[in-house]
Design a protein around this ligand. Structure first.
Ligand code: NAD
Length: 416
């Protein structure tokens, strides 16, 4: 397979490996390789200068045999239907790995949110929601934030959905601000899950977490919070990067100060006491734990051999290609795959949905305790399969997730 694999090629390759491992017949493999429904919408937005522009958006609903569809919405210039399809597939497996009652979905709009005003983003989000209205909802498909969307975006989705419905429906979306029914801990949940997995992986390798060196690619919601939580756990953050470049410091970076610097300057680079490096150098940092938390296909055949971390804990979806997986496994690097490592976000989204449906509001302690229990259980489940089947953690997680989804599909049967 060529080195430049698309996210969908990677997702399909992973499914092929899992289908072979699980001994599926051709029809089950074929069913799972295709999403149930893919919608393409034209999102007309009036810009602040009075001109109208039409953006292409989509929502892909992969499989819902285990429960309603669930998945984030991404605003990015690189969004394609193929990419969103891959992300929807990963959501299906992820929800099954942590054993929450959802199927997988994903949505996106191909746009450059960095060049849009808040008003333009609001109008685009509301128009997109109105176009999806018949296909989403608390028992159909529950969106959440992803790259370049946040709690405010979710509040606009909730309000648009509620206005059309005629009453407030907070359970139609997760990742909302707390003031409108969001859950305590949702914003940091993905990162807490990543760091719990990194901690369990370190335990597994007999590596002391206190003082362990950590490099983080991507300094957004997932990467920045993962760096802060790891720092609070006693790790030393030695390198971080964002889309503008990276920084490193052998003495360790204070991720809270790096955040303040990024808010002020718009970039992590040129941080006092650090050295500017390239994104590639951040991936290749000499460290114990590497957390890729930016975009897909960052660790590939071309650079996998140069990764020096002992543990790779995937905050992002699909950051490692199957060819790179093999290289890392042969090098003895313990990779905790995305469908396990970053499942903390959807798990706390599930907690938010349950709180909304029951009109309850749990404490942060309750939320984080339940999250930690789910993550540790899923980590151990995957670890056991990896040991029993003598395979890497990704194959083990796929065996678990894909196997559970296939079992649900077989139990329900195909109708009509
Ligand atoms: P975000 O928009 O908050 O942050 C993305 C970060 O990546 C930004 O700092 C950006 O500058 C950086 N970035 C972009 N291109 C880069 C590059 N080439 N090199 C280095 N950095 C780059 O997005 P997020 O919500 O943190 O999502 C990051 C990843 O985590 C995505 O793969 C997403 O699908 C995945 N994820 C997010 C959640 C969640 O709860 N937000 C849950 C599960 C998985």
């Amino acid at each position: 397979m060529s080195e430049k694999q698309t996210a969908l090629a990677v997702a399909r390759e992973q499914l092929k490996i899992a289908s072979e491992e699980l001994g599926f017949d051709r029809s089950m493999h074929e069913l799972l390789a295709h999403p149930k429904r893919s919608l393409i919408v034209s999102v007309a937005v009036k810009h602040d200068n009075g001109q109208m522009h039409v953006y292409t958006g989509c929502r892909v609903q992969h499989w819902d045999a285990r429960g309603p569809f669930k998945g984030g919405i991404r605003y990015h210039p690189g969004v394609t239907l193929d990419e969103v399809t891959a992300l929807a597939m990963w959501m299906t497996w992820k929800c099954a790995v942590v054993d929450i009652p959802y199927g997988g979905a994903k949505g996106g709009i191909r746009c450059n949110p960095k060049q849009m005003s808040k008003g333009e983003l609001e109008r685009m989000t509301r128009r997109y929601t109105s176009l999806l209205y018949d296909f989403i909802g608390p028992h159909r498909d529950v969106p959440a934030p992803d790259v370049y969307t946040d709690a405010q975006t979710m509040a606009w989705i909730m309000d648009t959905y509620s206005q059309i419905t005629g009453y407030s429906v907070p359970e139609c979306v997760t990742g909302k601000p707390i003031s409108v029914g969001g859950s305590e801990g949702r914003e940091q949940a993905t990162s807490l899950g990543v760091d719990v997995c990194a901690r369990e992986a370190a335990k597994h390798l007999g590596l002391k977490l206190k003082g362990a060196t950590v490099a983080v690619q991507g300094y957004g919601n997932v990467g920045m919070n993962a760096a802060k939580i790891a720092y609070d756990m006693g790790c030393k953050i030695v390198a971080v990067s964002d889309s503008t470049g990276g920084i490193c410091s052998a003495n360790g970076l204070n991720p809270y100060k790096v955040h303040e610097h990024k808010v002020k300057t718009g970039s992590v680079t040129k941080f006092k006491g650090s050295e500017n490096v390239t994104n590639e150098e951040v991936l290749q940092t000499n460290c114990d734990i590497l957390i890729p938390a930016a975009l897909e296909s960052q660790i590939t055949k071309a650079n996998a051999d140069k990764i020096k971390a002992k543990i790779v804990c995937e905050g992002a979806n699909g950051p490692t290609t199957p060819e790179a997986d093999k290289i890392l496994y042969e090098k003895g690097i313990l990779l905790v795959p995305d469908i396990l490592a970053n499942a903390g976000g959807v798990t706390t989204s599930y907690f938010e949905w349950v709180q909304n449906l029951t009109r309850e509001h749990w404490t942060i302690e309750d939320v984080n305790r339940k999250l930690e229990n789910k993550m540790v259980k899923a980590f151990n489940d995957v670890c056991k399969i990896a040991q029993k089947e003598k395979c890497d953690m990704r194959t083990a997680a796929l065996r678990l997730g894909v196997g559970r989804v296939a079992e649900a599909i077989e139990t329900l049967g195909l109708w009509p």
